[in-house]
Design a protein around this ligand. Structure first.
Ligand code: 1HE
Length: 264
């Protein structure tokens, strides 16, 4: 897909750097609150990635990653059917992120709240700067998560912790988020994007088949029963290892042309 075909709202800024594409939430004056235009723009971006894109980085402009759903929209949308459809729209769009063309790396800083945390949870790798903090204030606002958070967040931190966050308004800081498994990497303020770039380049160096297997097949295996899981694993293992690029890489190692594993 040609990048010129995509017209994004001003609340999103896309940058295409060869195999890595960046999408920036660009609504800092509203703390990157996720309104309808922005969320639909995310769908536009994720469904029209150029052929050469192998990894996407999501980050936020200003002091915060995202303050979550734009609450002003909830006072306009008072029809129940419309509200259900709105949540289902987020589900569809975040599904494009989780099960889209390529792995997605999120850089988190400042507020990662409500729908912002739901968006982060739909990404595959999360890099947190030490300023990041996580909350689900839906409970105090009288609402509920609607962006797939009740499916994804318990799988990251456990149902009991999500209950605590929603019932008591508990906020986790960046260190706690790292310990609990919200983030994979914890870095100093201002260095998240550089870390994301480094990680993205490593991911892009994998074969596309491996990246597909890890992001599309692994989560499905985890949700399947063991018998379906073992069979699916055997099938994707066979598909991956007989891929031409995998064969070339295996030969390169055996002929001592590929680097050994180095401790990190
Ligand atoms: C917003 C939003 C928003 C800021 N919707 N407008 N999310 C929340 O409950 C979090 C609400 N936000 C906050 O608690 C704070 O804004 C922050 C802690 C994130 C940042 O504080 P601060 O002092 O830097 O900014 P601010 O002055 O509070 O906000 C700046 C502007 O952004 C202000 O608008 P202004 O016109 O008065 O300048 C705020 O009203 C606006 N703003 N956050 C709308 N969220 C799919 S379901 C998901 C459900 C949820 O996500 S619930 C969680 C909602």
């Amino acid at each position: 897909m040609s990048r010129t075909a995509v017209t994004l709202p001003s609340s999103l800024t896309a940058e295409y750097r060869g195999e890595v594409a960046l999408i920036r939430l660009s609504r800092p004056e509203k703390r990157n609150a996720l309104n309808e235009t922005l969320v639909v723009g995310l769908e536009q971006f994720f469904t029209t990635l150029p052929d050469e894109t192998r990894v996407v980085i999501v980050h936020g402009e200003g002091e915060h990653f995202s303050a979550g759903l734009d609450l002003s929209e909830l006072t306009i949308r008072t029809n129940m059917a419309d509200s259900i459809a709105h949540s289902e729209e987020w589900h569809r769009i975040f599904h494009h992120i989780e099960f889209g063309k390529c792995p997605v790396v999120a850089v988190l800083h400042g507020a990662v709240i409500g729908g912002g945390l739901e968006l982060a949870a739909a990404c595959h790798i999360r890099i947190a700067e030490r300023s990041a903090y996580y909350g689900l204030p839906e409970g105090t606002r009288g609402i509920f998560v609607g962006g797939g958070g009740s499916v994804r967040i318990p799988r990251l931190i456990g149902t009991h912790r999500m209950m605590d966050m929603m019932l008591t308004g508990r906020i986790y800081d960046a260190d706690e988020g790292q310990t609990l498994g919200i983030s994979h990497y914890l870095v100093d303020p201002g260095t998240g994007l550089a870390k994301a770039d480094e990680i993205a380049k490593r991911i892009a160096a994998n074969t596309p088949m491996t990246n597909f297997a890890v992001t599309h097949v692994l989560p499905r295996i985890v949700e399947a029963g063991p018998e379906a899981g073992y069979l699916t694993e055997a099938m994707i293992a066979g598909i991956a290892s007989t891929d031409g690029e995998a064969q070339a890489r295996l030969r390169a190692f055996l002929e001592k042309r590929a680097p050994k594993i180095v401790r990190g």
